[in-house]
Design a protein around this ligand. Structure first.
Ligand SMILES: Nc1ncnc2c1ncn2[C@@H]1O[C@H](COP(=O)(O)OP(=O)(O)OP(=O)(O)O)[C@@H](O)[C@H]1O
Ligand SMILES: [Mg+2]
Length: 258
């Protein structure tokens, strides 16, 4: 299994939308996909139509009780896509983790028991705390959604510093899969300028596919569906399909040396 953490400590930049739609696109290619909701907000779980009442075991159990992943996941209505949901308990996990052994390696240990998935995506919360550190320690590689706005690059350098720290201390093999520009608005000149800056700074690390600001992407979660299912033809869904194809092309290089 190859594990991809989707992280950016900035809130509301499209992490969860990217996680849900890339997971769906990858499952549509025939891969067995696992999405781990590691955000106490539980948006990935809700966006996949899993109500709080349906969430029995969760990512909290993986982190705190070291439950094997197989006991915590559930099927979604998307064929080939399983979910480890998040529950409100997870908001306490950050504090509870401080006093346990191997506090950054717990998600990795639980995921190591996985059998049967080809790709695991981890939807991180908007912070660089212990939840995100667990995701980066468990991951082979990192996918960063970046919204084209003025402070985007500053936030990114902070994230990349965290990646270096994780590489030094917990996970030497952590790679960077790439940066995807989200909520792109062609009519906004600042967006264009930031996008140019990001590309000239990060070059090939930035995916060609750009996710436009698209109202269908924001409507889909209220129907409990990935946009890719809710409206396959909309510009946002088509952009996520292109992104998924680029991700598949990049993945072989990201696999951890056994
Ligand atoms: N390309 C887009 N076009 C329009 N709306 C979008 C787009 N991407 C995401 N949204 C909407 O913007 C909001 C934030 O997106 P999302 O939840 O994916 O971000 P996030 O980074 O996961 O947020 P958080 O940091 O709170 O976890 C949501 O309401 C979502 O539906
Ligand atoms: Mg989110």
């Amino acid at each position: 299994m190859i594990t991809i953490a989707i992280a950016n400590q900035k809130g509301g930049v499209g992490k969860t939308t990217t996680a849900i739609n890339v997971a769906t696109a990858l499952a549509a290619t025939g891969s067995k996909v696992l999405l781990v909701d590691l955000d106490p907000q539980g948006n990935a779980s809700t966006g996949l139509g899993i109500s709080s009442a349906e969430r029995e075991r969760s990512s909290y159990d993986m982190l705190i009780d070291q439950a094997p992943v197989g006991e915590c996941l559930m099927a979604t209505r998307i064929p080939g896509l399983d979910l480890v949901p998040a529950t409100v308990d997870l908001s306490g996990a950050e504090v509870e983790l401080v006093s346990v052994d191997d506090r950054t390696g717990r998600l990795r240990r639980s995921l190591s028991h996985d059998a049967g998935h080809d790709i695991c995506l981890i939807d991180c919360p908007p912070s660089l705390g212990l939840l995100t550190l667990n995701a980066l320690t468990a991951a082979d590689t990192l996918l960063v959604p970046l919204q084209c706005e003025f402070f985007a690059l500053e936030g990114l350098s902070q994230l990349l510093q965290t990646v270096e720290r994780v590489q030094e201390r917990f996970n030497a093999d952590l790679g960077i899969l790439g940066v995807v520009l989200t909520m792109f608005d062609r009519r906004n000149r600042l967006t264009d300028q930031v996008s140019d800056d990001v590309r000239s700074c990060l070059n090939d690390l930035v995916f060609e596919a750009v996710i436009p600001r698209n109202v269908r992407l924001s409507e889909a979660p209220s129907h409990g569906l990935p946009a890719l299912i809710y409206d396959h033809a909309c510009a946002g869904s088509q952009a996520y399909m292109r992104l998924a194809r680029e991700i598949i092309a990049r993945l072989p290089k990201q696999r951890k040396a056994a």
